[in-house]
Design a protein around this ligand. Structure first.
Ligand code: AMP
Length: 421
């Protein structure tokens, strides 16, 4: 007996049906938005992630040397891989480029409910669009995905890291430390850093600003606290709200929140996080924003906006709100009665499958009553019983499993009969 590695999961058939329910909703919606699917490797060179997020990221990664001595890491998210792919191979495609991908990601975290070492993300990126309409499109897809899953309790928090940056007249490395301390709400670190930079006066307005959260009216309050530097960024958020109205995104689905900082250095403008309030401590189901990363990977500067939703947490939210539709049951379980019936039964089975019905057959050689027990246990809608007498007459006995009602039907009518009911 072996145990799973810590922080990983096995997903049984029922779990997978739920996961497919959720990710298929995302894929359908993303395709309807004109996003196209890409796939990138599960592991990348370690440097890809340190170039994007700095050397400290290594502690959070599954990083290793391969047998050729190369430094590699399992991907902790998709953005770096997609941007690497874009810079190396997709630059000549018409822009804006709208890409989505889904799959597993790995982080060396302390596991708990909703926080795993291997988890799955639904990711979308827009490369080379103008920031404002691209940000609106991104948010509409992220919030729309939650709606498509049937979730009612959706709360996006939208901020603008550009506003905070414009208020911090420091070189990028110092700005990053201040933003990091704000992201972590680590106020001793914030005070120490501002003191070192000789700008302790910024502490009070910064702390007040990151507490601001609410409808568009908070943008006025933020403008008063931050002064002229923030004007543009606040007008941007007001315009964003206007575009989201056009998408039919309800204003109750999101709030402006100046405290959304997001830890990573490469965000430049709008940033957002989405919560599903009934998930407890790990309630954040997704996040994203506008960023510039292509130049970090050797490409020319181009605007990007993207997000990742956590599949595991979306499934938990959908379970909590009871929105998951039951998986489609097996249409027919075919029961050959007697050895001579098996070949004909396989032909019938194959016809049903070819007609797009879900059909299965006895693989054990059980007797009819054991087979009916099995059909019942696997939740088949119908059992199709084929004895030698029926086969000779070109007929089958069809048993509706939920009622036990049985009738004989001509084999030629079987597909229609199973489809209709
Ligand atoms: P991030 O890239 O950190 O913004 O993560 C985006 C989303 O992925 C989060 O909102 C979570 O839903 C999900 N996520 C991130 N880390 C984990 C994890 N360790 N386990 C499960 N889900 C995660």
């Amino acid at each position: 007996m072996f145990d799973r590695p810590r922080g990983t999961n096995d997903w049984g058939p029922e779990d997978m049906a739920k996961r497919r329910f959720v990710d298929s909703r995302f894929i359908q919606l993303a395709e309807s938005f004109g996003f196209r699917e890409v796939s990138t490797p599960t592991f990348e060179s370690l440097e890809l992630f340190t170039a994007k997020s700095g050397p400290a990221i290594v502690r959070e990664l599954y990083a290793f040397k391969d047998q050729g001595g190369r430094d590699l890491a399992l991907r902790p998210e998709f953005t770096a891989s997609i941007l690497r792919f874009y810079v190396s191979s997709l630059r000549s495609l018409p822009k804006p480029l709208k890409l989505y991908t889904t799959g597993n990601a790995f982080r060396y975290e302390e596991p708990q409910k909703g926080r795993y070492r291997e988890f799955s993300q639904l990711n979308a990126e827009i490369i080379g669009g103008a920031p404002l309409p691209s940000d609106a499109e991104s948010l509409a897809l992220a919030i729309g995905t939650m709606r498509a899953i049937g979730l009612k309790q959706v709360k996006a928090r939208i901020g603008n890291i550009g506003i905070l940056r414009s208020f911090l007249p420091f070189p990028p490395a110092d700005q990053a430390v201040v933003l990091h301390s704000l992201d972590k709400r680590n106020f001793p670190m914030l005070e120490a850093e501002l003191a070192r930079l000789g700008r302790s006066d910024l502490s009070t307005p910064l702390r007040k600003v990151i507490d601001l959260s609410g409808d568009v009216s908070i943008l006025e309050i933020a403008a008063k606290l931050l002064g002229g530097a923030a004007k543009e960024g606040l007008a941007y958020l007001r315009d964003l709200a206007g575009l989201l109205d056009g998408y039919g995104v309800s204003r109750s689905d999101y709030a402006f929140d100046m405290g959304v900082v997001r830890g990573l250095d490469y965000y430049t403008g709008m940033v957002f996080e989405i919560d599903s309030p009934n998930l407890g401590s790990e309630k954040q189901v997704g996040g994203g924003g506008g960023y510039r990363l292509a130049e970090v990977f050797g490409g020319e500067s181009v605007a990007q906006t993207g997000f990742a939703l956590g599949l595991d947490r979306l499934v938990m939210a959908a379970e909590a709100e009871g929105t998951i539709e039951p998986a489609r049951p097996l249409d027919a379980y075919v029961v050959p009665i007697g050895d001579n019936a098996r070949t004909k039964a396989i032909q019938v089975l194959t016809t049903l499958r070819a007609a797009g019905l879900g059909a299965d057959i006895d693989l054990v050689g059980r007797g009819p009553s054991k087979n009916l027990d099995y059909a019942n246990a696997i939740g088949a809608r119908f059992a199709v019983l084929l004895g030698e007498r029926e086969i000779k007459a070109g007929r089958a006995t069809v048993r509706e499993m939920s009622t036990g009602a049985q009738r004989e039907v001509a084999l030629d009518d079987l597909v229609d009969v199973l489809r209709d009911v």
